[in-house]
Design a protein around this ligand. Structure first.
Ligand code: ADP
Length: 397
């Protein structure tokens, strides 16, 4: 069985074709600058990588180019489109309407569209991607896999904000959380690696990338997560502020003359590591700058590690203990300095890492627990596409 996984953005479309027999991608790539000048498709399969420069006025043209590339005799991965058994779509927001992945029907699409106001930048692009695929492959089963679904098991006292209850009832204002497929994947992988049923484990998962979120996973279920109503909440990130006092928004408007929309953009795009350091949002650049004595780069990294550490402690308290701490995504998988700083001083919780092991990068599940450490500390490469493919395979049979 082969599943095409689609992750559509407003001007981009990433894809992987996954063979479920091996759970490996047989082709992957992405279209960029859809609807803009200079659009191109980068495609990898069959041991080859090609860049195809073609106008892509819309997502439907982009999907057609992806399918053409997938069946190409030279750099394709399949001989005909019929080999694609189903398509799995990454959809950002399920609102409170879905707590798991669903087969896409016209009614489901309508419900997804009704949650657009909760993710105004992402949801329309996801819907465009779904419609583009449905137009070209009307008879192929399609499944929506939501970023928020894994977090739907949070108890009400964890997802509610301290605003009047009517704001929740009338406007759906609550914590939703994001990166759900990643938190699900790495917590499941951790349980498998430890050889224990997930129902018996309390795991804190740290998805640390351009966007970062930390989750508390108790017995295989998410019980709390650091992102909130939007992905702006939680720890400071590459360019996002993370949690701030909400009164700062109006204060900034008054001081700078920015509109509310401009302040939100400032908090999303100009803040976090980039805004604090004045150097970059990329942790490699920050480490290099700090080594050369840049104190604001040092400050940004210290703030990130400190905020992440606080979530680990908070979630250990929330779950009444912790058996396993997982690091994943670009920073979590690659940045030993950050892992060392996050875990430093947590031996009172039983979290201790082997500093030499922590410096080694394996690209696979890697146990960095110190000898005798009570809490297993694991580095686990995430694979959100595989979560999407697995759910799609299951729901399209
Ligand atoms: P996203 O999927 O949210 O765009 P990723 O999970 O790919 O982000 O993470 C990207 C970030 O990972 C980069 O911005 C960079 O800061 C960090 N990163 C990647 N490789 C390394 C590395 N070798 N050392 C430190 N940080 C790294």
């Amino acid at each position: 069985m082969k599943i095409l996984v689609i992750n559509a953005g407003s001007s981009s479309l990433k894809y992987q074709l996954i063979d479920m027999a091996t759970e490996k991608a047989v082709a992957k790539g992405g279209c960029e600058r859809i609807g803009l000048e200079g659009s191109f498709l980068k495609h990898k399969a069959n041991g080859k990588e090609v860049i195809i420069e073609k106008p892509m006025p819309n997502h439907q043209v982009a999907v057609q180019l992806v399918l053409d590339a997938l069946v190409d005799k030279d750099y394709g991965a399949i001989s005909s489109m019929k080999e694609i058994d189903a398509v799995g779509h990454r959809v950002v927001h399920s609102g409170e309407d879905f707590n798991c992945s669903v087969r896409i029907t016209p009614e489901v699409l309508e419900t997804i569209a009704s949650n657009t106001e909760l993710a105004p930048l992402h949801q329309p692009a996801n819907i465009t991607g779904i419609n583009a695929c449905r137009a070209i492959m009307p008879d192929t089963p399609m499944v929506a896999v939501f970023d928020t679904a894994f977090h739907s098991t949070m108890p009400d006292y964890a997802y509610m904000y301290g605003v009047p209850y009517e704001a929740y009832k009338n406007y759906k204002i609550r914590r939703y959380g994001f990166h759900g497929s990643s938190h699900l994947f790495v917590s499941d992988e951790a349980a498998k690696y430890l050889g224990k049923p997930k129902e018996e484990l309390k795991i804190v998962t740290c998805h640390l990338g351009n966007g970062s979120s930390i989750s508390a996973v108790d017995g295989g279920k998410c019980v709390d997560t650091s992102m909130g109503f939007t992905p702006l909440a939680g720890v400071p990130m590459g360019t996002r502020s993370g949690d701030i006092d909400p009164a700062i928004v109006e204060f900034l408007e008054t001081k700078t003359g920015m509109t509310t929309a401009e302040v939100i953009n400032y908090l999303n795009k100009k803040s976090g590591m980039a805004g604090i350091s004045g150097v970059s949002s990329d942790f490699r650049d920050l480490a290099a700058a700090m080594e050369q004595g840049n104190d604001r780069a040092r400050l940004a990294l210290d703030m990130f590690a400190y905020a992440t550490k606080k979530y680990v402690g908070a979630y250990a308290a929330a779950m009444g203990g912790i058996d396993c701490l997982v690091f994943t995504a670009g920073i979590g998988e690659n940045d030993g300095y950050i892992r060392e700083k996050v875990t430093d001083g947590l031996s009172f919780l039983g979290v201790e890492i082997d500093k030499a092991e922590n410096k080694i990068r394996t690209g696979e599940i890697h146990d960095i627990t110190a000898k005798g450490g009570r809490v297993k500390v694991l580095v686990i490469p995430t694979n959100e596409e595989l979560v999407i493919a697995r759910d799609t395979a299951r729901l399209s049979k």
